[in-house]
Design a protein around this ligand. Structure first.
Ligand SMILES: [Zn+2]
Length: 281
């Protein structure tokens, strides 16, 4: 069923992308004048690295390898478009989150793109999601999500606002893109395909290039505003379903009570999660 709906959705997405494509004159002039003509530095952040493999314990496909590969491809595409590119890591090394944001913050007129892949204990969880935090990051997030989710044969999990460390501590437009679930057999297979990773990189690059035009195309598309995207609590929503499943063994009454308790979870609890979690994305 999913496959059928994808076949229908893809040509539609293609049409939409053609419709929304930045005007070709602007694209041409940006190529000839280097990047978008404003001397923007793109800081590319390949998620995880070194002993931090990313993902969940026992995950077969290593997130850190996939993020580095997409990041390197993104670097090539953006460099070819005339952008100055900086990588927070360009090898299999562990770089603390604070170092990543410090690298980014040392550049003027920069934008920050963090590349990740998702994971969940529920194998069925799938799709692309893009995160931003500050208001100034919304056009970039919106554009990247538009091209990455629009060009991928995966579910569109939407644009989300969440206070990831690298998004909160970078003083520039900053986006974290989750390029699919490596714990989902179909998406893991996609991710292991080099041409698919190239497509992801090109989608992200298209978002970088058109970050201003996509956001301003209000008349042609419903562009999200910061107000329409509430701040997401720092809980791993991809794992909610599997915990529901394990609860189903208990009595219905008990599970309803637990559910109630969960929805009223205190902000303090979320803060504690933020504080205790250095690993993210
Ligand atoms: Zn990650």
């Amino acid at each position: 069923m999913r496959r059928n709906s994808l076949r229908i959705a893809l040509p539609a997405a293609g049409l939409l992308m053609t419709f929304l494509a930045p005007n070709s004159n602007a694209a041409k002039s940006s190529r000839s004048s280097g990047g978008d003509g404003s001397g923007t530095t793109v800081v590319i952040d390949a998620g995880h690295g070194g002993y931090d493999r990313g993902g969940i314990p026992g995950q077969r496909v290593s997130e850190k390898e996939m993020t580095l590969d997409v990041a390197r491809r993104l670097k090539s595409v953006l460099t070819a478009s005339g952008y100055r590119v900086v990588m927070t890591r360009d090898s299999d090394t562990f770089v603390p989150l604070g170092t990543r944001t410090a690298i980014a913050n040392s550049y003027r007129n920069a934008i920050f793109v963090s590349v990740h892949f998702n994971s969940a204990t529920r194998r069925g969880a799938s799709g692309i999601e893009t995160y931003f935090y500050s208001r100034e990051s919304l056009p970039l997030a919106s554009a990247i999500h538009h091209y990455v989710a629009g060009g991928a044969p995966s579910e569109n999990r939407g644009l989300r606002r969440r206070g990831y460390f690298v998004l909160r501590r970078t003083n520039m437009p900053a986006v974290l893109v989750e390029c699919g679930f490596l714990t989902n057999p179909t998406e893991a297979a996609y991710a292991q395909n080099a041409s698919y990773r190239q497509k992801l990189a090109e989608g992200i690059a298209a978002g970088v290039r058109s970050r201003n035009s996509v956001a301003s195309a209000r008349s042609t598309t419903r562009v999200a505003t910061a107000e329409s995207i509430p701040l997401q609590p720092y809980i791993d929503q991809t794992r909610v379903t599997s915990s529901k499943k394990s609860r189903s063994k208990r009595s219905a009454r008990k599970s309803t009570r637990r559910k109630k308790k969960k929805t009223s979870s205190k902000p303090a609890e979320m803060e504690a999660r933020v504080a205790s979690s250095d690993r993210e994305g």
